[in-house]
Design a protein around this ligand. Structure first.
Ligand SMILES: *Cc1c(COP(=O)(O)O)cnc(C)c1O
Length: 395
């Protein structure tokens, strides 16, 4: 007969979910209470305040959507885009493509600004699109493209958008807490994230923040929002101020205990310290992987510290290597997706997983497995290369 499910503990170094901090798992196991219980309402208020801190915003509408990052993306578009609206979407990977698909499904018209996969969004191309499409009122782009390991310059892109008097939608699913996200300083209008990347919380929630300009556009729609569940007019009645909250949907109570704990952990560490930790571990991993002979697909100054995309050595069966890493080391790394499927590995160093022990585990496990597969790699030098980065950081 069926029995309780007990997964083998893994080290999660893929594109997400990342390793969940034990404190978060413990928090999620606490007793479920009613979602309109005064104690729960206090928790909701704290979550909103903590989310404002990590997003670096004073936006009142800063809440977790009760569904994964993809729902945050969908909520952003469904609330702001009406049929016929023209939207500029910058695409340099899989997730920009999904943004464009959201616009099309809502009956909007997409102006695609394309960049090579593995490169940042080019601000000049966006500037050109803003000039040639003065009627495009919304611009969307991905800050941290998890499919390629690229970081785009969100401050510069948001600046162009607001200077042109348009609204920005920014995907910060992978960036939040792993590198700087400064919603108010950027002047970003709508920003969404996810819990399962650098927040190191369980998958299934999507923090979202929206400023007054975007709310104005939402309030002045002539057609109702096409999704009932994601209509932020209704969601705000639930997550809004004070005791007047009315039932919208049943909040995922225990999942929110987990989010609260993960936000506390992020604030205890400090955002700047977290970004620095992600960067230090990235540099060590990078030194180790390059010493092995693996090549990054992204130029150095555009790399994401939390997601490292490297090419597959010649003659190596990439899926077999991932399978062997899982079987022999309980280590998960990610495969390529979209145009990069079969061409790269994606090694995540997200949130709680961004630790020196994981850097050394990943480098040594890859060295062992690639050696078993007779890959042409440099043996016996990678650990020293990573170690040198940590030693230099201490000086
Ligand atoms: C993971 C991810 C998403 C989707 O989040 P889910 O929680 O998987 O739905 C969206 N955008 C980016 C950039 C991501 O990395």
């Amino acid at each position: 007969m069926y029995q309780s499910f007990n997964p083998t503990p893994r080290t999660l170094m893929g594109p997400g979910p990342s390793d969940v901090n034990g404190r978060v798992l413990t928090a999620m196991a606490r007793p479920t209470i009613g979602h309109l219980d005064p104690e729960f309402i206090r928790l909701m208020d704290e979550i909103k305040a903590l989310l404002q801190t990590v997003f670096q915003t004073e936006n009142e509408l800063t809440i977790p959507i009760s569904a994964p990052g993809s729902a945050g993306m969908e909520a952003s578009f469904v609330n702001l885009v009406s049929p016929g609206d023209k939207v500029i979407v910058c695409q340099n990977g899989v997730f920009g493509g999904r943004m464009a698909d959201n616009v099309r499904r809502l009956g909007g018209q997409v102006v695609l600004v394309e960049d090579t996969w593995g490169r940042a969004v080019d601000p000049h191309k966006l500037q050109h699109a803003l000039q040639t499409h003065p009627d495009a009122e919304i611009v969307a782009f991905v800050h941290a493209e998890t499919s390629t390991g690229v970081m785009s310059d969100a401050a510069e892109l948001c600046g162009l958008v607001s200077d042109a008097g348009r609204l920005s939608i920014v995907d910060c699913v992978t960036s939040l807490v792993g590198c700087e996200v400064a919603v108010d300083d950027w002047g970003a209008d709508v920003v969404y994230s996810g819990t399962q990347k650098c927040l190191s919380c369980a998958p299934g929630l999507s923090p979202l923040t929206m400023n007054e300009r975007a709310i104005e556009r939402l309030k002045s729609r002539s057609l109702p929002v096409a999704s009932w569940f994601l209509d932020l007019n209704l969601v705000m009645g639930y997550w809004g101020e004070g005791q007047t909250r009315s039932y919208h949907h049943t909040a995922p109570v225990n999942a929110l205990y987990g989010l609260h704990e993960s936000l506390l952990i992020a604030c205890e560490e400090g955002l700047a310290q977290s970004w620095a930790r992600h960067r230090r571990n990235h540099l060590a991993l990078c030194a180790g992987l390059e010493a092995l002979g693996l090549e990054f697909i992204v130029p150095e100054n555009e790399r994401l510290p939390q997601l490292n995309a490297v090419g597959i050595p010649a003659g190596v069966n990439e899926a077999l290597v991932r399978q062997q890493l899982l079987q022999q080391f309980n280590l998960e790394i990610g495969a390529g997706i979209g145009a990069l499927a079969g061409k790269i590995w994606r090694v995540g160093l997200m949130g709680y997983a961004s630790r020196a022990e994981n850097v050394f585990l990943c480098i040594s496990a890859l060295e062992a497995i690639l050696s078993q597969n007779n890959a042409a790699i440099n043996r016996g030098v990678a650990i020293d290369a990573a170690q040198a980065i940590y030693e230099a950081a201490q000086d």
